[in-house]
Design a protein. Structure first.
Length: 262
């Protein structure tokens, strides 16, 4: 069931060894509608991963609160799924067993969890690789397994922390299209983190621009482009330029190649 997400005045600080606190997030406010695909855009070290860890429930904010469907929820583990930048598949488990891992932790009987995991492998085109180990899969296939492992547990919200950043361009663009096709079928709420403007424009309903730390929301930019989107279209390039202009000449976005192309 799609779920809306509200962040109310989130702050996060960490103790410093020299004393005092180091602020990473400061008064982050955001509302994500049910079934929306939202991208949080910011440079390396801008607190994006910290924000996702807090939303997922892996960490708690120093101040502020998180609401799911309008209700404050402190315990979010299990209700919010996270696909991280590092594909942390268990190397001693097969593809099938990796996908079923979250279901196993929930105590689901083996036959049922393997049935559900197999259904996702078929949907993801990985059925022939169910008995393979992570070392035997390509980078793109490993990332598909990580996504399937998250989705099979039926989370209310899906968080994705730069999941395609380590992949080559061809594989990355292929998985972006795959993700959009999957989202179009499921209509789950997705919060996707990236530092790549082109990726944000291609994927999103709207883009949330983060400031440098202590991070706050600078602006929310709607993406009024019809789907399926064409990367080379004039309207796509124009919106990419608009987003880059809003970031100015700062180095918070790693898009030198795209700047040259535009």
């Amino acid at each position: 069931m799609p779920t809306d997400l509200t962040l109310e005045h989130l702050c996060k600080s960490y103790p410093q060894t020299t004393g005092g606190l180091f602020p990473v997030l400061e008064d982050v406010c955001l509302h994500v509608e049910k079934g929306a695909f939202v991208t949080v855009l910011g440079g390396n070290g801008y607190g994006k991963s910290t924000l996702l860890r807090i939303i997922s429930g892996m960490e708690q904010p120093t101040q502020g609160r998180i609401l799911l469907n309008g209700q404050a929820v402190r315990q979010r583990l299990g209700r919010v799924g996270l696909v991280s930048q590092e594909v942390d598949l268990l190397p001693w488990r097969t593809t099938l067993d990796n996908v079923a891992f979250g279901l196993e932790l929930r105590g689901m009987p083996q036959a049922k969890r393997e049935h559900l995991a197999s259904a996702y492998l078929r949907a993801f085109g990985l059925e022939k690789f169910s008995a393979c180990y992570p070392r035997e899969l390509s980078g793109g296939m490993r990332q598909k397994v990580a996504i399937a492992r998250t989705l099979v547990t039926a989370p209310d919200i899906i968080l994705m922390d730069e999941p395609f950043s380590a992949l080559d361009y061809q594989t990355r663009t292929s998985l972006q299209c795959f993700l959009l096709q999957l989202w179009a079928k499921l209509r789950e709420t997705i919060v996707f983190v990236t530092h790549d403007v082109e990726e944000a424009v291609f994927l999103s309903d709207y883009i949330v621009l983060l400031s440098p730390i202590p991070a706050h929301v600078v602006e929310i930019i709607p993406v009024p482009l019809a789907r399926p989107r064409v990367r080379s279209a004039a309207a796509t390039a124009a919106l990419c330029r608009q987003v880059l202009e809003k970031y100015g000449s700062s180095s918070c976005v790693d898009n030198d190649e795209m700047r040259r192309a535009l």
